[in-house]
Design a protein around this ligand. Structure first.
Ligand code: BGC
Length: 476
């Protein structure tokens, strides 16, 4: 059956980010970022790859915009590389770097596609990272300076802005667990990185508005948290996980307060900062991939058991247990966290091992409405997508990614139901237009509607691209 009809004016889009697609890391005076350094360290990226070429979008952006025009999207969400614009992270502006985004924005406008830039999608200028990065309050000030430089150049043509993408992942994966740049394993001592990104967002909003930018939002990752088991410990563990991944960011942004007990753990004049952080947003962006099933860590089975035996035992039990020092979705979980992430059973998994749960999107939107009510501004789904490795059929060259079509079909229906229940969602962006550099996974995970051959850099639209084009055309 066709997807039910969406309201006129609903915005269909696609997303990507600078470091994942651009390549040309030293072109035109770009300075290095935390991810340049991280990919250069042995063993950080699972397939040993780096992003020097990535999809070569920096040079092929016209071809990519043409693919988007053909797809019929109303908007393209990309990110600006901070260290292209300010090679040292502050101070000297590199005009040539800014020129690239100027050309990209012009190309998009000429094709009838709204440019939606994200100012920070994880690639912190290395010069700032070396001074502590997001652990340092100063990085928030530098972000505001950067935001005004970009807005002064682009605000006349950009109808919608995003300050920061997924501060939770940078905090947890970058500073907490060390799976992403800058590779720090600070566990709970990573919390200042959350606060400083939120502060950067708030200061960034002020800087953007002062430079004439309109319709400013943020892209926050959200997952419904399901409790594994029914003990009090399980419930407490799941609640803690929910607090750290969902509430830690949404609460200060939307209510002006941190969840109970957290403000005391944060540095600086937090009460003052919360006023800056909670300045009204024009809209709120949600990145949704899947729910998380969380319980209390299992007691270590046997003190004499080796790690390998413990891991084998938990694998057999279908459990990914933090105590076993195991991994979930490619992320190593250290042994000392007070919660354990479990695999959701009985669901199809993407090639990344993530469960496919379309109704999780509906649940999440209901939870956000319950929690924040009238404080929620209009919503956009700024990312939703799946990794499937389908490549060209050797005979026909066709890329039949039927599982991706099913994934998006399911999520778009769930979104429609949520909207009928009252969720004020104004748009939906698919992650991603192209296969790209998937962070610590390198090129092994493919999220694109368009396939990229990393030998030739040829782009080939997949079946999902045709499916999305038809959906956009018909509005249903
Ligand atoms: C990020 C993207 C990433 C995607 C898939 C999101 O968390 O914003 O950069 O590629 O998820 O992992």
């Amino acid at each position: 059956a066709p997807v039910p009809e969406f309201p006129a004016g609903f915005l269909w889009g696609v997303s990507a980010s600078a470091f994942q697609i651009e390549g040309s890391l030293t072109a035109d005076g770009r300075g290095p970022s935390s991810w340049d350094a991280f990919t250069g360290e042995r063993g950080r990226v699972k397939d040993g790859s780096h992003a020097e070429v990535a999809t070569d979008h920096y040079r092929r952006y016209r071809e990519d915009v043409a693919l988007m025009a053909e797809l019929g999207v109303g908007a393209y969400r990309f990110s600006v590389s901070w260290s292209r614009v300010l090679p040292e992270g502050h101070g000297r502006v590199n005009d040539k770097g800014l020129d690239f985004y100027d050309r990209l924005v012009d190309e998009l406008c000429a094709s009838g596609i709204a440019p939606v830039p994200t100012l920070f999608h994880w690639d912190t200028p290395l010069a700032l990272e070396e001074r502590g990065g997001w652990l340092d309050r100063d990085t928030a000030e530098r972000f505001a300076e950067y935001a005004s430089v970009v807005a002064e150049r682009l605000a006349d043509r950009v109808p919608m802005w995003i300050t920061i993408n997924e501060p939770a992942e940078v905090t947890l994966l970058g500073y907490g667990l060390g799976e992403h740049a800058p590779g720090r394993r600070l566990v709970f001592d990573a919390l200042p990185a959350a606060h400083h990104q939120l502060l950067a967002h708030g200061m960034g909003v002020q800087a953007l508005r002062a430079a004439g930018a309109r319709r400013i939002g943020i892209a926050v990752s959200h997952s419904p948290v399901w409790t594994a088991g029914d003990s009090d410990d399980d419930r407490a563990a799941a609640a803690l996980y929910d607090t750290l991944t969902n509430r830690l960011f949404a609460d200060p942004l939307l209510t002006g307060d941190y969840p109970d007990g957290l403000a005391e753990l944060l540095p600086g004049p937090v009460a003052e900062d919360l006023k800056t952080i909670s300045a009204p947003l024009d809209w709120y962006g949600i990145n949704y991939y899947n729910p998380m099933l969380v319980g209390a860590p299992q007691p270590a089975a046997d003190a004499s058991a080796t790690d390998a035996a413990a891991e084998a035992a938990s694998a057999e039990a279908g459990i990914v247990d933090s105590r076993a020092g195991s991994s979930f979705g490619g992320i190593d979980i250290p042994a000392d966290l007070p919660f354990a992430i479990r695999q959701i059973e009985g669901r199809e998994l993407t090639d990344f091992g993530w469960p496919v749960v379309p109704e999780g999107l509906r649940e999440l939107l209901a939870t956000l409405r319950e929690r924040y009510g009238d404080r929620l501004p209009p919503l956009y789904i700024t990312e939703n997508g799946c990794s499937y490795g389908d490549g060209p059929d050797p005979g026909t060259g066709r890329i039949d990614d039927a599982r991706r079509v099913a994934y998006h079909d399911g999520h778009v229906r769930a979104l429609h139901e949520a909207m009928e229940e009252g969720a004020d969602v104004r748009g939906y962006f698919i992650w991603s237009i192209l296969d790209n550099f998937e962070w610590a996974e390198g090129y092994r995970q493919r999220f694109g509607l368009v396939h990229v051959d990393y030998e030739t850099l040829a782009r080939t639209p997949k079946e999902s691209y045709a499916w999305y084009r038809d959906l956009i055309k018909s509005g249903r």
